[in-house]
Design a protein around this ligand. Structure first.
Ligand code: G6P
Length: 610
């Protein structure tokens, strides 16, 4: 979703803004723009399309030499992607960039029309900029104008603003949309995310809601809603710049898939103590967990699919019923939440607006909330009762891969801990699973990565498909849902995941000669049944790619056209190498089609609007 960058300092700002925007491209966008403070005036250049379109436009206009500016990549919400709708939105007095949605923009527009304002774009942001302009025109005080405007605006926002008369200063404020502020020896920054400033510093402030930041070349100051000085905590990120770059890989996605063994190690090792899961959080390590009689896992997209894996493993090991809920539905369907329920929020970014809204809803009902999040200090992490971080490092590709695998791994640990707390597993059995997780998962993923050539060959057979099915049962079905989403997201091939046993109840009518079906079989107890399902589609002409465990491939005659065999691992742990294989399959199909693997059309990495 929209990316914001701002710089004020000793250097020329345009290259810094463009570079920052490039690191934020992963968030998804359809237009871009910058405003630079240039000899006492605010010069704005913006363009529909990619950053290269903006650069082409900049190359045609007089060179901007200023050392203070703001930049933006826009993911359209109000109004189509166009030059006029792109940000910054400028007035006589100011230029503003925005990430989020101003919900009461129509009301604000009416108010502004009364004051004589007219509008050129369809955006909610232009209304916000003009509201701010109206207040600023009265007081000529940026802080006063911002504090008045945010009292009127409803919705979500991260704003970066430059005012006439203070052209070397950037102001920033946020609510429900992420924004960080940083400073190095030579200047100050605002940004939507850490990679945009990582080249300059690994220290930053994650702006608290409602706090206004004033950033100059010499330092940063913060103000609360009464405009009194406010304190903000500095945070330090231990990623380095290489981690946020491709490091020799053609795409971030393939780099991130290759990082899975390490991400799993980093996530698991510190969480296993004396052989059993240990989170270092009182509420999760003791008897407290045994009080929960049911669990809701709430998330969006890939994280929601990790929730399906979590449901399967928690129900299997701990015998506690789990509902997996789509966050955007959860809040509005008024879910039944009881005192002894646990709500687990899964999110890579920790900023997904739907997940955040679901978390707030659960908290308002007085239910205990646990967040499993990758981004330290993100909104979901900060607001939940407790948080477990997945130490996956930065995930840049829009299509989530390593974050999914580590979410699944953490849910396994939660399942074991719950099972210990309610007596469904004894210490020895828990130790055995933990030890096999530590010793087998990273290695199993390495083996899956070594199947790359074979997976590539299978991908070449799927490139021309218009429709495709993934089938599996039990845990394999959970994995199939994510495999199908991955393929859809990055290859634009329509695909569906079906429980193998359900296919015959309708969808099999879509299977004709050559219809590709990816059949997943790693769960022993249902393998025979899955194989029957595969026979059903094969006999109707399907082109079957079988992804199966070594054991089951030897035990059963699986009818198929292509076979990818996953090297042996404890049965409970197949989801991990399986996820890697299915991610690689989607990756190769997309790359073979020559698509923009890391930045698929219309998608945003972090969806900060509901
Ligand atoms: C967006 C992304 C998906 C992602 C989902 C949840 O829709 O395009 O790839 O799975 O958000 O993101 P989260 O950061 O909450 O895990």
């Amino acid at each position: 979703m929209c990316g914001i960058i701002g710089y004020t300092g000793n250097k020329k700002t345009v290259p810094i803004l463009l570079e920052g925007l490039r690191t934020l491209e992963y968030r998804g966008y359809d237009s871009a723009g910058i405003t630079v403070s240039e000899g006492g005036r605010l010069a704005t250049v913006k363009s529909k399309g990619r950053l290269s379109d903006l650069e082409a436009r900049l190359a045609k206009s007089a060179e901007l030499m200023g050392s203070c500016g703001i930049g933006h990549t826009r993911w359209a919400t109000h109004g189509e992607p166009s030059d006029t709708n792109s940000h910054p939105h400028a007035t006589e007095n100011l230029a503003l960039v925005h990430n989020g949605i101003v919900e009461n923009y129509a009301e604000i527009e009416e108010m502004l029309k009364g004051a004589g304002y007219t509008f050129v774009s369809e955006t909610d942001t232009e209304r916000a900029a003009k509201l701010l302009d109206m207040f600023f025109a009265k007081s000529h005080d940026p802080l006063d104008a911002i504090s008045r405007a945010i009292k009127v605006i409803r919705g979500s926002y991260a704003f970066g603003i430059i005012f006439k008369g203070q052209e070397d200063t950037i102001y920033a404020v946020r609510k429900d949309s992420p924004l960080i502020v940083a400073h190095d020896d030579e200047g100050g920054f605002i940004a939507s995310d850490i990679p945009a400033v990582l080249k300059y510093t690994n220290k930053y402030y994650r702006l608290d809601e409602g706090v206004i930041a004033k950033v100059t070349a010499h330092g940063v100051s913060f103000f609360d809603e009464k405009l009194s000085p406010a304190e903000q905590k500095t945070e330090t990120i231990d990623w380095d710049i290489e981690q946020a770059q491709k490091g020799g890989y053609p795409h971030f996605m393939i780099k991130e898939i290759n990082e899975e063994p390490e991400a799993i190690r980093k996530t698991l090792e510190p969480r296993i103590k004396d052989g059993v899961p240990y989170f270092g959080i009182e509420a999760l390590d003791g008897e407290f967990l045994s009080q929960f009689s049911s669990i809701h896992i709430v998330a969006c997209g890939t994280a929601m699919h990790a929730g399906l894996v979590g449901k399967a493993i928690i129900e299997k090991l701990a015998r506690v019923p789990v509902n997996v809920e789509i966050a955007s539905e959860f809040r509005y369907r008024d879910p039944i939440l009881r005192k002894n329920d646990l709500v687990i929020l899964l999110s890579q970014s920790g900023e997904t607006a739907d997940t955040l809204a679901a978390l707030r809803h659960a908290k308002a009902q007085g239910v205990y909330t646990l967040a499993i999040v990758n981004v330290i200090g993100s909104s979901v992490a900060r607001e939940a009762d407790s948080v477990l971080y997945t130490w996956a490092g930065p995930e840049i590709a829009v299509a989530s891969t390593k974050a999914y695998s580590v979410q699944c791994a953490l849910l396994y640990l939660v399942a074991i801990r719950l099972a210990l707390a309610n007596g469904k597993l004894d210490n020895e059995a828990a130790k055995e699973i933990c030890s096999s997780m530590l010793s087998q998962i990273p290695e199993a993923i390495e083996s899956a990565l070594s199947l790359d050539k074979q997976i590539y060959d299978a991908a070449t057979k799927l490139v021309a498909a218009e429709h495709l099915f993934y089938i599996g049962r039990d845990m394999d079905y959970a994995l199939a849902t994510e495999a199908s989403l991955k393929l859809k997201e990055i290859s634009y091939i329509h695909s569906e995941a079906y429980a193998a046993g359900e296919l015959k109840h309708g969808t099999i009518s879509l299977i004709t000669d050559g219809t590709p079906v990816v059949a997943v079989t790693t769960v022993k107890k249902v393998c025979e049944k899955t194989v029957s399902g595969i026979r059903e589609v094969k006999s109707r002409g399907a082109f079957v790619v079988s992804v199966c465990s070594k054991e089951l491939s030897e035990q059963y005659d699986i009818p198929c056209d292509e076979m990818i065999v996953i090297p042996q691992v404890s049965e409970l742990l197949y989801p991990f190498p399986l996820a890697t294989v299915l991610q690689l399959l989607a990756y190769h199909v997309s790359a073979l089609k020559g698509l923009d693997v890391d930045k698929p059309r219309n998608l945003a990495k972090s969806v900060t609007v509901e």
